[in-house]
Design a protein around this ligand. Structure first.
Ligand code: AMP
Length: 284
C-alpha cells in the first residue's frame, strides 16, 4: 500500500506539510506540473524517490504562460485521476492551489530569463517563458525543496529553469529527467489527448524524422541545415500542418549549429491539427 497522499490547497498548508518532512530529517523534491498526468510525470516522482527525496507535486494550470490564442481553457483537467496516480507513484504531498492562491494580488514582479529564451519556442510563444519562470519561482519559494525535478521533454524550459536558479542563487538543485515515450516513440504529453486517431498515426513521424536527423548529423560531416530542411519537408508531406522549427542546437546555449562538434540536441515544435507537438533528442 502506498502511503497516503496529503492534498493541500494553500501555501500555508504546503509549508506546514513540507516542514513535517524536513523535521523528520527528509529532503524534499518538488515536481511542478499542470496536471493531466501521464507516465512522464510519474517518472519525475520516481526520480525524486530514487534520490531519497519526499516527492511534492504541484498541479496548477498557470494562466500566465498561455498566450491569448492558446489552449488554456481547453487544457485537460483530471484532478481525481491525478491524485490517484500520484498516490500510487509514492508522492507524499500534492499542492493544488486555486488561481487566487497563486495570484492573490496583481503581479508587480516578473522573472525574465534572457538568452536561452531568444530562439526556438521564444518567438512563437511571446511571454510564455516569463510566465513559466515566474510561476516556477513562486512554487520553489512556496515549497522550498532541496531539489526540483523537470522533464527533458521541455528542453528549452529546463535550460530556462537551470539558468534562473543559477543566476538567482536559489539553493535548489535542478534535476533534468529523460523523456518518457509511447512504445512507438511519441513523447508522452498531456496534449496528446487532443490528437484524432489519424493524427496520432501521423504524429509518430516526428520522432522518426528527428532520429533520422540525429543519425545524419552525428559524425559532424553533414550540414545540419540541409538535413533539417529535408526532415521538415518530410513532416509536412506526412500531414503535419506546420513545422515551427526543427533545428540542431548546442545542448546548453541552445544556439543553432550547422556542424555538430560537441553535445547537441535536435529540437522541434510542430502543429498537427489543433495540437502543438514538441520534442527533442540528444545527438550522441
Ligand atoms: P507539464 O504538466 O506538461 O507542464 O509538465 C510537467 C513536468 O513534466 C515538466 O517538467 C515536463 O517537462 C515533464 N514532462 C512532461 N512530459 C514528459 C515526458 N514525456 N517525459 C518526462 N517528463 C515529462
Amino acid at each position: 500500500m502506498p502511503e497516503k497522499l496529503a492534498i493541500v490547497r494553500t501555501v500555508a498548508e504546503l509549508r506546514h506539510a513540507v516542514a513535517a518532512h524536513k523535521a523528520a530529517g527528509r529532503t524534499v523534491g518538488l515536481i511542478p506540473t499542470m496536471g493531466a498526468l501521464h507516465e512522464g510525470h510519474v517518472s519525475l516522482v520516481a526520480g525524486a524517490l530514487a534520490r531519497g527525496d519526499a516527492p511534492v507535486a504541484s498541479i496548477f494550470v498557470n494562466p500566465t504562460q498561455f498566450g491569448p490564442n492558446e489552449d488554456f481553457a481547453a487544457y485537460p483537467r483530471d484532478e481525481a485521476g491525478d491524485f490517484a496516480k500520484l498516490e500510487a507513484a509514492g508522492c507524499r504531498i500534492v499542492f493544488a492551489p486555486a488561481k487566487e492562491e497563486m495570484y492573490p494580488a496583481p503581479m508587480l514582479t516578473t522573472v525574465k530569463v534572457t538568452g536561452v529564451t531568444d530562439g526556438l519556442c521564444g518567438p512563437f510563444r511571446p511571454g510564455h517563458f516569463d510566465g513559466v519562470a515566474t510561476v516556477v519561482t513562486k512554487l520553489l519559494m512556496m515549497a522550498m525543496p532541496d531539489r526540483g525535478y523537470f522533464g527533458e521533454k521541455d528542453f528549452q524550459q529546463l535550460q530556462v529553469i537551470k539558468a534562473m536558479v543559477r543566476d538567482l542563487a536559489m539553493p535548489i538543485e535542478i534535476v533534468g529527467m529523460p523523456t518518457v515515450r509511447e512504445p512507438d516513440g511519441l513523447a508522452m504529453s498531456s496534449r496528446n489527448r487532443y490528437l484524432s486517431p489519424a493524427e496520432r498515426t501521423t504524429a509518430l513521424q516526428l520522432h522518426r524524422q528527428m532520429t533520422a536527423v540525429a543519425a545524419a548529423v552525428r559524425d559532424g560531416k553533414a550540414s545540419c541545415t540541409a538535413v533539417t530542411t529535408a526532415a521538415s519537408q518530410a513532416l509536412l508531406a506526412a500531414g503535419f500542418d506546420k513545422v515551427e522549427y526543427l533545428t540542431v542546437v548546442d545542448a546548453e546555449s541552445l544556439q543553432p549549429l550547422d556542424k555538430v562538434a560537441g553535445p547537441a540536441r535536435i529540437i522541434a515544435a510542430t502543429r498537427l491539427g489543433r495540437t502543438r507537438l514538441i520534442d527533442n533528442i540528444a545527438v550522441d
